[in-house]
Ligand binder design. Structure first.
Ligand code: ADP
Length: 497
């Protein structure tokens, strides 16, 4: 009995042990199952995410393809735009600009129809200037439709904005209306806005319903119409400048013709004047010489003694005859130089020699008036090209005037130095000077300043004119600088070789 109880307890313990073991095993299994379930869930989620990503990749790929297509279209469009720009910007003739927009270029832009209209103030309507893809009567029909609705197109130009089938249009049903007028399914219209002359608009369209119009198309057409506007402006400005240039050239030619004719006339008159003076002087000289001769014979009382009063009158006749001879000789010389009949031996001359001999001649007159005669001549002064006798006449006349118009105890200075291709001589005095209003006429024939010295001293008014003629015949220049009461400086140039 005891043994049986013992056995039962042993089996009971073993049984319990097995039950515990089995329970423990079950719990572990359940645990594993739970973990497995979690892993399955995670995998499911990962699978779902992968599916999502795959879909995204496919979507992105499709979008990329679309972008690529659009990019290709844009590149082709840009190429077409570049070709049109090059074609139109190489002309400066307005009527050539639209002719250069070819159908191929427009097709590359995706449009098979295009037209361009410019406003005409004269005709008060839009005039077609470009027609691609339309028959003549079609474009005429479009023109008349535009004319009926010109306000709409004028407003479009005023707004300076591009409109198209994809943009927000200013009026309801306007898109359909434009499609109908221009016989297309999609369109872009952009204003042409040159800053010179009449403006207009540029239309492009297509009948192809497969075409997808984008903002890029709008931009390209806007760039193109801007380009057309710019080229039109250049052509018009060029034409304006060209016309102005031609007009100016014609005017210049006309004026040159007139001046040449006037110059010719002046030359003729001057020649006639010189010839006249020359012959009159010649004619005067002969009777003058005999008047002077007879007066001299009478004065010498070779034909009998004369009363004092007669002798005095005869002396006057003699003096006035001398003055007349002087005047006639002066006139004759001027006329000879003017007509080129004066023979001059122009050679290289030492100016100092000429100045010295003219100074010797004038020295006595200087001494009489206690006038100091000074000279300041540049060392190694180059030789001048001159006729000796005429060059001496220049000095004698200018120095003679300087003495005549300088009061006692004054000073006369002769300066000579090289300047550029000439020698410049200045004859400066401390005399009465010349009033400013007399300066412009001082070298004119017979001109004498109204002053007290001139009232006392006789003169012909021919000396300075003769000097100017001689200097100009030597291709030199003469001018004067003077201040009344202070003195005068007569300056002239003679060329060196
Ligand atoms: P003329 O001496 O015979 O009057 P010119 O032709 O030599 O004629 O001179 C014209 C005028 O120019 C003179 O009358 C005089 O009024 C003025 N003139 C010329 N040289 C001088 C001078 N050195 N100073 C002041 N006046 C002068």
């Amino acid at each position: 009995m005891y043994n049986l109880a013992y056995l039962v307890s042993i089996f009971g313990v073993i049984g319990l042990f097995i039950i515990f073991f089995l329970a423990w095993m079950l719990i572990r299994k359940i645990d594993k199952m739970k973990k497995l379930q979690m892993t399955v869930n995670k995998l499911k989620k990962a699978l779902e995410e992968m599916d999502e990503q795959a879909k995204l990749i496919v979507r992105t790929d499709m979008e990329l393809n679309k972008i690529q297509e659009e990019l290709d279209k844009k590149i082709i469009g840009l190429y077409a735009l570049q070709k049109i720009s090059r074609a139109i910007s190489t002309t400066l003739q307005e009527n050539q600009i639209f002719k250069r927009i070819e159908v191929d270029y427009l097709q590359d832009l995706g449009f098979e129809k295009a037209c361009g209209f410019l406003w005409s103030d004269k005709e008060n309507k839009f005039i077609p200037h470009l027609n691609v893809g339309y028959l003549i009567d079609e474009i005429e029909m479009i023109s008349s439709q535009i004319d009926l609705d010109k306000k709409l197109y004028l407003n479009l130009i005023k707004s300076e904005k591009t409109i198209s089938s994809i943009s927000k249009l200013p009026g309801a049903g306007l898109g359909d209306k434009i499609n109908h007028i221009f016989m297309v399914k999609f369109f872009v219209i952009s204003p042409i806005l040159p800053r010179e002359g009449n403006q207009g608009f540029f239309f492009v369209g297509t009948e192809n319903t497969d075409v997808v119009l984008t903002e890029g198309d709008e931009e390209l057409i806007t760039i193109l119409s801007n380009q057309i506007g710019q080229v039109l402006e250049n052509a018009r400005l060029f034409e304006k400048t060209w016309l102005a240039h031609n007009e100016l050239e014609e005017k210049v030619e006309e004026r040159t013709r007139q001046v040449t004719m006037a110059l010719e006339e002046v030359k003729n008159v001057s020649k006639r004047k010189s010839d006249f003076i020359s012959s009159v002087s010649h004619e005067l000289r002969t009777p003058l010489t005999s008047i002077k001769g007879y007066a001299a014979i009478l004065l010498e009382e070779k034909l009998g003694s004369l009363p004092q009063a007669v002798k005095e009158r005869l002396a006057k006749i003699n003096r006035h005859s001398d003055e007349l001879v002087q005047m006639v000789n002066g006139l004759l010389d001027i006329a000879r130089i003017e007509s080129g009949k004066m023979t001059m031996k122009i050679e290289e001359r030492d100016l100092k020699d000429i100045i010295d001999s003219a100074s010797d001649l004038i020295l006595i007159q200087c001494k009489n008036k206690d006038i100091k005669l000074a000279s300041d001549i540049q060392k190694d002064l180059p030789r001048v090209l001159a006729d000796r006798i005429q060059a001496e006449r220049i000095f004698i006349n200018l120095l003679g005037n300087a003495v005549k118009f300088t009061p006692e105890k004054g000073q006369i200075t002769i300066r000579a130095r090289k300047k550029d291709d000439a020698v410049q001589v200045d004859i400066q005095d401390t005399g009465v000077g010349i009033p400013p209003d007399a300066l412009p006429r001082i070298f004119d024939e017979f001109y004498r300043v109204d002053n007290p010295i001139n009232e006392q001293v006789k003169g012909t008014g021919l000396g300075l004119s003769l000097v100017r003629h001689i200097i100009e015949a030597h291709k030199g220049k003469i001018w004067v600088d003077s201040k009344p009461g202070k003195g005068s400086t007569f300056s002239f140039t003679l060329p060196v070789e």
